[in-house]
Ligand binder design. Structure first.
Ligand code: ATP
Ligand code: MG
Length: 312
């Protein structure tokens, strides 16, 4: 099986307990939960039994330790997570509004996550990797962009493949160097995993199928559009396959896209057809939204199979 390597932020997430709660006055909080989009992705890949590793950095504190322990439990190779004395692990505080909107207070760039670098342990990982995954939200500084670019080049140089989840809002595109970095990644992507409108950040047409076709024409092998409770559609050079989501009660949407992506990539790397990859990935996404905590819903292969069996 091919080893998946990713790089980017590791965070703790701390949530307001009550819907409608403000951060302008004291209130009950829940957490810390292990988090960070690339960390959630790689945790899910590890749980599915795929060889998996992450290049990242945390502080020498409990927030860093809880993340490393969690990833180890999921079977992820943590040898390239640097632990920095004197820097604090990154964090995200989140509160929810009644209409489902989420508001974050992030501490990423100035946390230990901002100190990411490609050192000897990371290079050793890349020398045995068959696939590299990029999360667009990780491209927050020149430093991390350099690590991601080096990871892509190393894996492609060995004949490996690249997946890319833009995971970005339009407002973020204004950050210096971000647009160029996203285009660099897309030009080297085999499997593109946008959600909803993210597809249109990279194509000039207003219709989903036409936008997917435009991106396939750039040399991408498959475009998989994630659509929340409406499931997902895979476009490749053979055509389009659509798969419905599973009916579940949404408790916490954070992380669904990363869990879906890890499952789809794992199946795709094993040569499974899009129908099977979509069904399994939709199941992982559905399981992810049923638990509070970004990584709380990552499931093992056996758990996903049991869920699929229960849905027959
Ligand atoms: P994220 O918030 O993690 O960035 P995303 O926007 O990248 O998420 P979504 O489209 O929200 O990704 O979710 C990914 C997948 O998870 C969906 O394609 C679907 O399979 C599953 N999923 C998400 N929400 C639900 C839901 N309410 N019910 C069932 N399945 C869901
Ligand atoms: Mg997403």
């Amino acid at each position: 099986m091919r080893k998946i390597v990713t790089a980017g932020e590791i965070l703790v997430e701390i949530m307001a307990r009550d819907i409608g709660q403000s951060f302008l006055t004291p209130g009950p909080l829940v957490g810390p939960f292990p988090s960070g989009a690339p960390a959630i992705f790689i945790d899910q890949a590890g749980r599915l039994g795929q060889p998996a590793a992450i290049i990242a950095s945390v502080g020498a504190d409990d927030f860093g330790r809880l993340n490393i322990r969690r990833l180890e439990e999921s079977g992820v190779d943590v040898s390239a997570i640097a632990v920095h004395d004197g820097a604090a692990t990154g964090s995200a505080f989140v509160r929810y509004e009644a209409d489902g909107r989420r508001h974050f207070v992030f501490n990423i760039q100035n946390s230990a996550s901002g100190l990411i670098a490609l050192d000897e342990p990371g290079r050793a990982l890349l020398a045995t990797a068959g696939h590299f995954h990029v999360t667009g939200s990780s491209l927050f500084s020149e430093r991390v962009i350099a690590v991601v670019k080096a990871g892509i080049e190393a894996v492609r140089g060995r004949g490996g493949t690249v997946s890319f989840d833009p995971n970005i809002r339009k407002e973020m595109l204004d950050a210096p160097g971000r647009r160029e970095a996203l285009e660099f990644v897309l030009d080297r992507t085999d499997l593109f995993l946008p959600s909803g409108d993210e597809l249109f950040l990279f194509a000039d047409v207003g219709d989903e199928a036409a936008a997917a076709a435009e991106i396939l024409a750039r040399g991408v092998s498959a475009v998989v559009v994630k659509k929340g409770a409406a499931g997902a559609t895979c476009y490749d050079h053979a055509g389009a396959v659509q798969a419905p989501a599973f009916p579940v009660e949404e408790v916490d949407p954070t992380g669904a896209g990363d869990c879906f992506g890890a499952a789809f990539v794992s199946f795709w790397l094993r040569g499974e057809p899009p129908e099977r990859a979509l069904r399994f990935a939709n199941a992982c996404g559905a399981l992810a939204v049923t638990k509070k905590g970004p990584m709380a819903g990552t499931a093992t292969f056996a758990e996903v199979e049991a869920f699929l069996e229960s849905q027959r």
